[in-house]
Design a protein around this ligand. Structure first.
Ligand SMILES: [Zn+2]
Length: 97
């Protein structure tokens, strides 16, 4: 299991909830308790250090929905570059034509 997945499961078990809303066209609100903001920080660190997956996707209406407080209207998509998928394509076998 990925560290990011373990962090999400642990946070959900602890009842941690974050609020994620668009405040205006240029600003996103990420709101939570001290534990909630620590969870987000640790999630960012785990994504930065992870070597298997280049992304983590959490959505109030999809994966990770247990982690969102009521009123959350948008999700989070963390993506580390360079993209693992692009690297695999660049280094992997060439597709058959
Ligand atoms: Zn990627």
């Amino acid at each position: 299991m990925l560290k990011t997945d373990r962090l999400c499961l642990h946070a959900a078990d602890k009842g941690i909830r974050i609020r994620c809303q668009r405040l205006d066209p240029r600003t996103i609100l990420l709101e939570g308790t001290s534990d909630g903001l620590k969870f987000l920080g640790n999630l960012l660190l785990a994504q930065a250090e992870g070597r298997i997956s280049c992304h983590t996707h959490l959505s109030p209406r999809g994966p990770g929905s247990d982690l969102f407080a009521p009123g959350s209207t948008i999700g989070l998509y963390l993506h580390k570059v360079p993209c693992a998928h692009t690297r695999r394509k660049a280094n992997g076998p060439k597709p058959r034509s």
